[in-house]
Write a new protein. Sequence first.
Length: 253
Amino acid sequence: MEKENKIKVRDLNLWYNDKQALKDNNIDIKKNKVTAIIGPSGCGKSTFIRCLNRMNDPIEGIRITGKVFIDGKNIYDKDIDVVSLRRRLGMVFQRPNPFPMSVFDNVAYGPRIHGIRDKKKLKEIVEESLRDTTLWDEVSDRLDKSALDLSGGQMQRLCIARTIAVKPEILLFDEPCSALDPIATGKIEELIQELKKQYTIVIVTHNMQQAARVSDYTGYFLLGEMIEFGKTKELFENPKEKSTEDYITGRFG
């Protein structure tokens, strides 16, 4: 069982100045599975996943205690290279944020930053990343056109392609479909199911139906605390905690 856990979170706490935003959280995230984090707005979901790649570090007034192990190594140890860490954990945000450059250059951006200059190699990476995100057939004839001309759903898949072009091990999705229409959302959900064959995925979502559709495991957050965590089907059909049941049945939040 230990080998199945890609990420282990132990006694994770976070404060913004005097306000505690995360409280004593413990969770095991399994390799090549989709783990959804649900809960009402402002409950700490996004703050939690940003702890997994240390994106909260630069925020003034932040204090973090506890441990986050990835492949058995605590990412909050003093000897951790944060730049290398973030390369291992790709992040996809709520709203599509392509760079104001061509489709090709968006996907090639990360590999170039990491020193890949060979044009043939870059072409291979771009095509593979776009194929893996089901975008290749839609954009292969306009790779030199601005990424900002794509539809919202295409932009979000391009951002995912840009993220996987540097070969991370873990993908973090922070409400990736909240700005998309139902058809574009469906494509992203199908894509997540394919991507978990290669990546460990954590998705924050305010959409409980989405969590039920795409995830293998679900954690319910309330006021910065993981109230309940388990297999998605079990958590939705037979929650152990009353507050979980109240939330998923719409009586709260």
